[in-house]
Design a protein around this ligand. Sequence first.
Ligand code: ZN
Ligand code: ZN
Length: 364
Amino acid sequence: MTAAAETRRDRITKLRGELATHGLDAALLTHAPNIRYLSGFSGSSGMLVVLPEEAGLITDFRYEQQAGEEVDGVAEILVARDGLSSMLAERLKDRSQVRKVGFEAGYVSVRDRRELGERCSSVVWDDLPQTVERLRAVKDADELASIDRAVQVAERALEETLATVDEDVTELELATELRHRLALQGSTGEPFETIVASGERTALPHASPSERSFREGDLLLLDFGATIDGYCSDITRTVVLGTPTPWQREIHARVLEAQEAALAAIRPEGAAADVDRAARASLEAAELGDRFGHSVGHGIGLEVHEGPRLFRKSKDTLEAGNVVTVEPGVYLAGKGGVRVEEDVLVVEAGHRVLTCSSTALREL
Ligand code: ZN
Ligand code: ZN
């Protein structure tokens, strides 16, 4: 068994320990990133059933070979010929020691929940605690290496893309260019829809690229990421086409101050909410607090939004090994906005910024 497979087996063992403390006999995982984390399987059709002595990955004919290669002995591969849940029912029947099974209530539709109840009528279904999400929030060395590469790939693609910016290029064209460069650099997929906004459209925090073409004096906001081995990066840079105006310089400087303040609040045992509060206090001092309407960041990993969550009311506590984004922004409707997003590792001494490209207001 490979080291990666051993790691996954350990994760499943940790999950079993947690099940016992919650009075659960088994767990059914249906959320793809959790299945991948525990078993290595990256296909889109699968269920992972973790029983007291064994684990089974249920998939269909299309993924039989892939599952065998990826799962590498961590779980038995069960190929369903007649739907995944009928195979699950077969696995669970006649197991007197499996009474109560945890399932991921947040990811199961009402229809699928009903089907589980009908097909597996001998078991009691209950909420699975957020164990896998909590384990996933603390990255090991291999996961960090993948995220580091995802950051590097994204930054190289950014440099190449910025070199092609010119007046009359449209947001959609630049977004296509960026996606192309990301793929050529080795990204296996967009972790989220690439954002390219220009001019007054930079005031839309989640702008979809449009037909608008760039003009002298425009702010350009690019929010994008790469995926390597399933792990994401998530970076935002705001640049200016030509010479920035005083108000553009001003809000960019205030965003960088907010970011410094947020970064200074990142440390193990620190409250995730304090990171958000620090950024917000910095912008409030500049009377821009009401122009920053989203949370300051989120964990990244197998998903682009995962724990810990860095928002005002977050109950999460930071731990060494968390990887989070820090992305304060200021948005002035009708004028433009600035966001700068860094990817940051929580380390014993505080934090380490993984992104390397300059956060200064670059003039293209
Ligand atoms: Zn982003
Ligand atoms: Zn983000």
